[in-house]
Design a protein around this ligand. Sequence first.
Ligand code: PMP
Length: 359
Amino acid sequence: MRQVINFNPGPAVLPQSVLQQAAAAVLDLDGAGMSVLEISHRARAFEAIYEAAHEDLLQLMGLDAGTYSVLFLGGGASLQFFSVPRNLLPPDGVAAYVDTGVWSQKAVEQARRVGRAEVVGSSASEKYARLPEVSPIPAAAAYLHITTNNTIEGTQFHQTPETGAVPLVADMSSDFLATDRDFTRFALMYAGAQKNIGPAGVTIVVIRRSLLDACREDVPEMLSYRVHEKARSVYNTPPVFGVYVVGLVCRWIMEQGGVAGVAAANRRKAELVYGALDAHPDVYEPTVTVPAHRSLVNITFRLRDSFRESEFLDGARERHMVGLRGHRAVGGFRASMYNAFEEAWAERFADYLHAFARL
Ligand code: PMP
């Protein structure tokens, strides 16, 4: 049994069974006489790890390998802020972005280092406390970029915007494989693994093959989707251990009933916690102003009486709850409850929210 209830926003909690398998593989990978940290990325053992992770990820997403490819890269989602426009935005083109918070702002900034990026919806004037209306996307846009879940602000797209013929690109860093979506609607999805599906250090890019064909020719090799895809993610040394753990987490998600299974559990956990917050409106103030825009995995709230903040954290610590402090841009508290966050923990947290409110 774990001692700590881990609300860390990422890197974050991983399934206990995955940690046990990974720990064993650090000593010896399936009887190979070598640690998973010691195998060559060109060896058959890694090829098998890569192939299984590639196949399982696509299967979980309901995508087929003839239409989509998965890249396992380094550099974090932050590198993708630049790689996406560098690959997809032609010199005379325009890209459209929905601005929903700190991370999408960074994506816009990086796109503007490459070319024209037009913001077609922003909730900046409302401090990102809700999702914005999206205005019509320029028909000639190379793509529309959204951030499906706003880790810091606690909002989430529960409906996928209609983009017509314009390819839809999404930063899914904080709800990747945590929310049931029709992934076929997206032309490119990227995510750092360190929240829902693995350790820090590996970034996943899922790209439609027809979009690969449309990528720019003049991209430096290390940023080029085509180069990485052709090399099956071993153009250079990939984050081997990260890919291995992502593969284990994919298997674990399958055991939970696939993405639908973990998404249903995530909904139940979120309902418990929002239910407790909403039961005491005189004590708690959820920071997201439109309930339909609330994130299921990053629940942000403040205390009406900010003088009680340290008392709230002290009480949480006594109950072995860590990682609850909100991001400095929003303040207050944030309960990050990704795939591996246990339902019993959400119950304990809801109990604590009720108990604190009654003090
Ligand atoms: N996008 C989102 C939505 C995030 O939550 C984060 C990390 N918190 C990032 C991008 C940046 O990811 P990385 O640290 O992997 O570059």
